[in-house]
Ligand binder design. Structure first.
Ligand SMILES: [Zn+2]
Length: 149
């Protein structure tokens, strides 16, 4: 009689993990957000503009969050923004953030109107000011902001 196949259990050998640790900072584009991430990879920040009421929004949605119109198109943003608020993050256990601390998690107001969660880079923490001018830049195809216009 042959023994039953052994079920996976706590004493089963753990397969070796991936050589590269998982990352929690990179996007997972789907069919709808792919244009946004592809543009970001080419150094362009996209927002969504409603043909019904004319307002822009971010994050990207398939319908306008103000008037529910589905007449919404991609538009290239100027990349200019002002700092609305921020927090200096000193601990984050999710890779690769642990290697970046301290970093500046921020909310910025895009010149076109939408408010966006992002990160401020290339700025001494003591120099951060509400309302300061910022310009988009890209780190590994992810939009972040630095001081200046
Ligand atoms: Zn609208």
């Amino acid at each position: 009689m042959t023994p039953p196949e052994r079920a996976a259990g706590p004493d089963r050998a753990v397969p070796p993990g991936p050589a590269v640790p998982p990352r929690f900072d990179l996007p997972e584009p789907d069919a709808f957000t792919r244009p946004y991430w592809e543009a970001a990879g080419e150094g362009r920040l996209l927002i969504r503009r409603c043909g019904g009421c004319g307002r822009a929004h971010h994050y990207p949605r398939e319908f306008c969050p103000y008037c529910w119109s589905e007449d919404v198109e991609w538009e290239r943003a100027s990349g200019r923004a002002t700092l609305y608020t921020w927090s200096v993050v000193h601990r984050n256990d999710l890779p690769p953030f642990g290697g970046r601390v301290p970093y500046v998690a921020a909310v910025v107001d895009l010149a076109e109107g939408p408010r966006m969660m992002t990160e401020v880079v290339e700025c001494a923490h003591g120099d951060l000011r509400i309302g300061m001018g910022l310009t988009v830049t890209f780190r590994e195809a992810v939009p972040v902001f630095r001081p200046g216009r």
